[in-house]
Design a protein around this ligand. Structure first.
Ligand code: SF4
Length: 419
């Protein structure tokens, strides 16, 4: 949202700077070296001195990170910027501490090469089933009562490039569900992402996952899916590999048919689409609005959320020299309309789904409280969206000035939702 509003310091930046002040003081006292890594670390390039960072570590950790640590411990000089090499599967070890919410990685990388995407810059690999099961069992034995599979596209599990492997996907789910039953985990086995073209190619796997998970209207899955744009020109230019084996010109069919397949199998996805592709024209945004309208007409069940393009460090788009961070002022009215179209479809579905999802809460009082809170949150979003629809600058004029770190600011923020 900060990208849109051009307002004050974001919560994440505020917390990060607070953390770095503490670490800097500890560093003064104990004289250690500070190595910072992780997917967002590219944002710290050029800020090493400000935060007292000795090494910025990008890429994969397994091979290179231990070498860097060893060099530091043995007093050798290390470069300020390190790119971690891609390890072979045999050198990716299972986790040694339980993972949050029982999430385990099943694939790494993605072969589709979308220009705005960072995971696609890693070699694509499927984690061996044995390692996945070891990690899940380790989590379950540690007391975690959930299993989640993280992947850029669950349909790529066991694939050779973009040649999908339905048997490998079925085997993965058979084994994970067997383990879930052994440890009395009753929730369906969810996963983070799926691609519509893969789902259409591996239709049988989609149906199988729903069947073995015993999905229903009240027991759905909510994967995240990249819709990106409704403009075939933008598809061809920025994510031509995503519709494969279909062509960019067939993207609408992939989206509509893929959505029906997912919904028929009780997968209610969260679609994200991008506002601000470089050189996007009003016509490109109109095509996105029309695709969202078409989804609505077809009775799509799911969310459609706009995201502003961020040229993430190391992506193809960033490497080509594009570094701009957009603000609301720089966007045409059609881009605002495209955002509102997605929000309004999301709100419609949220009203539809929340009673079903919350019906699973056994305690009646907790269920009543959660239902009231969920309704209030969606109502607030409706008001927020109306404000932007009437005057897009409301974000900059009003919302960006709210200070949620003081009681007064918080009360003001809450009051704004109900204006
Ligand atoms: S399909 Fe998704 S994960 Fe794969 S390259 Fe495109 S955006 Fe990245």
């Amino acid at each position: 949202m900060r990208v849109l509003t051009g307002g004050g310091v974001t919560c994440t930046r505020y917390e990060f700077e607070r953390l770095m002040r503490t670490i800097k003081n500890l560093k003064k006292k104990y004289g250690f070296k500070l190595v910072v890594g992780g997917p967002g670390v590219w944002q710290l390039r050029g800020l090493e001195d400000k935060y007292g960072i000795d090494v910025i570590f990008e890429g994969e950790a397994e091979l290179t990170f231990p070498k860097i640590v060893k060099d530091i411990l043995e007093g050798r000089e290390v470069p300020r910027h390190v790119w971690g090499e891609s390890p072979p599967l045999s050198l990716i070890p299972p986790i040694v501490t339980p993972s949050r919410n029982g999430i385990v990685q099943v694939t790494r990388g993605c072969p589709r090469r979308c220009r705005f995407c960072s995971p696609t810059m890693f070699n694509f690999r499927s984690i061996p089933l044995e390692t996945i099961l070891k990690e899940i069992e380790f989590n379950l034995r540690s007391g975690i009562r959930a299993i989640g599979l993280t992947t850029e596209d669950i349909m790529l599990y066991g694939a050779n490039g973009l040649n999908l492997n339905v048997d490998a996907i079925k085997k993965l789910f058979d084994n994970v569900i067997r383990l879930a039953r052994k440890y009395h985990v009753t929730d369906p086995i969810g996963f983070s992402h799926v691609t519509l073209s893969s789902a259409l190619v591996a239709k049988e796997a989609v149906e199988y996952i729903s069947e073995v998970n015993e999905l229903s209207n009240n027991r759905p899955l909510f994967p995240q899916v990249g819709l990106e744009s409704g403009s075939p020109r933008i598809v061809a230019k920025y994510f031509g590999g995503k519709p494969y084996p279909w062509k960019p010109s067939e993207w609408w069919d992939v989206v509509i048919n893929g959505s029906k397949l997912l919904n028929n199998n009780y997968w209610y996805p969260c679609y994200t689409y991008i506002i601000g592709f470089p050189d996007s024209t009003p016509d490109d945004y109109i095509l996105t609005i029309e695709l969202i309208d078409r989804l609505r007409e077809e009775g799509f069940k799911g969310w459609t959320f706009p995201l502003i393009l961020v040229p993430i460090g190391g992506t193809l788009i960033e490497k080509s020299g594009y570094k701009e961070l957009l603000t609301l002022k720089k966007l045409p009215q059609e881009a605002i309309d495209a955002m509102v179209a997605g929000w309004s479809l999301s709100i419609k579905f949220s009203y539809e789904i929340y009673p079903k999802v919350l019906s699973g809460i056994k305690n009646p009082l907790t269920r009543r409280i959660m239902t009231a809170l969920a309704k209030k949150a969606i109502d607030a979003m409706v008001e927020w969206m109306k404000g932007i629809k009437n005057d897009p600058e409301v974000i900059e004029k009003v919302y960006s000035k709210v200070n949620i770190r003081t009681l007064r600011g918080l009360v003001k923020a809450t009051a704004l939702q109900y204006k």
